[in-house]
Ligand binder design. Structure first.
Ligand code: NAD
Length: 367
């Protein structure tokens, strides 16, 4: 079976990371028989420059035809003056909505080797491995009616609508239980059911779905408490499932527990596990073209692709293991080297990727 992967390098550090990162897929093919066909296309600022739009029709067509999409990053000062509807980021939003990617998976994993990079005490975060599952296509970010209008007295009034249908809640809840089933078997659903009716319904549906997953331990938590618990004792969580807005906020909090943007992968999945995989970081124009970018978030996004779209847990485990091997060996890009001892070796994007691919290949060959 040949899998089709669409590569969208994007802007800034996206292309320089991607040019090295795709070699991981070649290693998986050569060493493990993971047959893969790669297509490349433009998105974001690069697509604006070449075709006048952040999401050309050909890119969307290729994305629809692919089994998975791997994206670098989009954006940069060159396109900042454009109106919102024409900006590079629109390319990303267009892909998410056109591909119906309703589930955003954001793991927060802290490799023990980097525990000192977190703003929390090392013992609170060392070995942290939690997964935040955020509903991505519904909730208050999309609800209608929305707008700003004048009331009878002439005063302006802004409003949004927080709405979820039963089926939207059910499909994200089900995925939450399934993901928990493949990990630590604990799911925490986050809501504000004491104040918002829509999230009281959320809680009711999650409870209903729980009956189909008797081996998963379900808990519920109000979002204010969840924010507090994430910084107090983050290792208490396994999988957190929540709506769009709460997930947006909590996943950023969880991300920062790990200390570095350069280490954080993400996935957005549709109902058939087709996914778009991308690092959480942006295009980092300040370091673009300098061989300083940390490629590990992108490499870990490829590991997620192996795991969630292609059900290749072995490849995912070995790639994550390879990242850990390289950190054990003391290799660090500049962003994760702060405060480290003399035993670390400062490397660039290319050398870091080479080292991970070498460790990955050795792991695949060893068994
Ligand atoms: P950013 O994530 O690009 O950079 C923030 C800081 O982190 C910078 O100092 C940068 O050098 C550093 N950094 C980011 N990724 C790194 C990596 N892999 N290795 C080492 N250091 C890294 O965020 P920003 O500066 O707010 O945004 C820059 C551009 O990226 C903007 O145009 C923004 O709209 C866009 N953006 C895109 C995405 C995306 O494509 N998903 C996400 C966020 C921001």
């Amino acid at each position: 079976m040949t899998r089709k992967i669409l590569i969208l390098p994007g802007d800034g550090i996206g292309p320089e990371i991607m040019q090295h990162a795709v070699r991981v897929l070649e290693a998986a093919r050569d060493r493990y028989g993971f047959e893969v066909e790669l297509e490349h296309a433009l998105v974001g600022g690069a697509a604006i420059d070449a075709e006048g739009t952040p999401l050309p029709a050909t890119t969307l067509e290729l994305a629809r035809a692919a089994d998975a999409v791997l994206l670098g990053a989009v954006g940069g000062p060159k396109w900042d003056a454009l109106p919102t509807a024409q900006r590079p980021e629109r390319g990303l939003l267009g892909l998410r909505s056109n591909l119906e990617l309703f589930a955003n998976l954001r793991p927060a994993i802290l490799f023990p080797q980097l525990a000192s990079a977190s703003s929390l005490k090392p013992e609170l975060v060392s070995g942290l491995d939690i997964l935040i599952l955020r509903e991505l296509t519904g909730g208050i970010y999309f609800g209608e009616p929305r707008g700003v209008e004048r009331d009878a007295s002439g005063q302006r009034r802004g409003f949004n609508t927080y709405v979820y249908t039963e089926s939207e809640i059910r499909r994200i809840a089900r995925l939450g239980f399934e993901l928990a089933g493949a990990r630590g078997k604990r799911l925490c659903s986050v809501d504000k059911a004491n104040v918002l009716e829509v999230t009281a319904l959320w809680r009711e549906i999650v409870d209903e779905e729980a009956r189909n997953f008797p081996d998963i331990e379900l808990s519920h938590m109000y979002v204010d408490n969840a924010g507090m618990q994430l910084v107090r004792a983050p290792k208490q969580f396994d999988v957190i499932v929540t709506g769009n807005m709460f997930g947006d906020i909590l996943s950023d909090v969880a991300a920062m527990l790990t200390g570095s943007l350069g280490m954080l992968p993400s996935a957005a999945l549709d109902a058939n596990s087709k996914g778009m995989y991308e690092p959480v970081h942006g295009s980092a124009p300040d370091i673009a073209g300098k061989n300083l970018a940390n490629p590990l978030a992108t490499l870990l996004s490829i590991a997620m692709m192996f795991r969630y779209t292609f059900a290749q847990a072995r490849l995912a485990d070995e790639l994550e293991g390879a990242v850990s091997d390289v950190l054990d060996a003391g290799l660090r890009t500049r962003d994760i080297a702060q405060g480290e001892s003399a035993s670390v070796q400062l490397v660039g994007t290319d050398a870091m990727t080479d080292a991970v691919i070498k460790a990955f290949s050795q792991r695949l060959d060893a068994s």
